[in-house]
Design a protein around this ligand. Sequence first.
Ligand code: NAI
Ligand code: MG
Length: 353
Amino acid sequence: MDYKIAVIPGDGIGPEIVGASIKVLDKIAEKFNHTFNYTEVLAGGAAIDACDNPLPQETVDICLDSDAVLLGALGGPKWDNLPGDKRPEAGLLGLRKSLGLYANLRPAILYEELKAACPLKPEIIGEGLDIMVVRELTGDVYFGEKGRDGDFAAWDIMKYTRPEVLRIAKKAFEIAMKRDKKVTNVDKANVLEVSRFWRSCVEEVAKDYPEVELNHLYVDNAAMQLVINPKQFDVIVTGNLFGDILSDEASMITGSIGMLPSASMADGKFGMFEPIHGSAPDIANQDKANPIATIVSVAMMLRYSLDLIAEADAIEAAVKKTLAQGYRTGDIFSAGMALVGTTQMGQKIIDNL
Ligand code: NAI
Ligand code: MG
């Protein structure tokens, strides 16, 4: 089959990790007899440099005309002093918004082979960890009214509408049905009106899924529980801001932020796939970045958007095998393992395919 994929390498380590991932995808194409047609487009810092706009309309159009979008990471210190709407983040947030991608799925899986890289005690990890964070992407303080009163005050309004909460809750329950049938809703309902509203909407959706167990945690407690008792979690559903923070926390219990993929989805098959980490300017252009988060994001793309399940399984198996062989980038390195760079890690994964 032929597939159209929009590719946004982005800034910092973006081009390196996306480059390694495209090579993996090319190997899949060869092995399984597919054609992936890539169209490279600009967003974030690279787009600001090229056309003074973090999200050119052409980028949105090409993404919408594709089966899926693969993104590296956007941003970096070079663009930090630009005003809010001109910054690289405006490109990322605008992209998710204009593509209507409201659900961010972040599976935090601790690979057996990386137990040594997990900062938690073995008795807390047990047999391993597998948590799916379902983060709402189009609402919350990131998109509420913003304001500033000179050098005296500033504000970002935290707001959610009923349809926004209902659809993300439904997504979480649908995912839980295919997993261990447990949803933990995370909010701050003891203090925030928006959370009390959010919680009542989640409870409304829960009525349609009697098989799924629902519980609620305040976000501060959830942050603590992720570290002291992560095995209690199956699917976590939460808003944009809390989800941003908790999913990074969940990523660390699984070894490194360099390991974790994400999918941003709407109701249909179309989605955008990206690692959860940023552009890591501290290690950019040094062949040091771990490409695995992006490579397994490609696996998610094959699974969720293109329905290529065997192909996705093959990538994940090749990653596991490569880790089992002892190859490690710096972020997951431990004594006795073989230290490799971005290119070599990608090549080992291709060899294992
Ligand atoms: P970051 O995720 O880029 O880096 C945090 C730390 O993790 C750094 O020490 C970095 O070297 C390390 N790291 C990240 N990815 C890695 C990988 N694949 N392999 C090995 N080490 C890795 O977060 P930071 O430093 O807060 O942000 C840097 C820039 O990235 C900023 O401009 C920020 O706005 C942007 N950013 C972009 C995101 C996106 O495009 N989705 C998400 C988060 C940040
Ligand atoms: Mg983040």
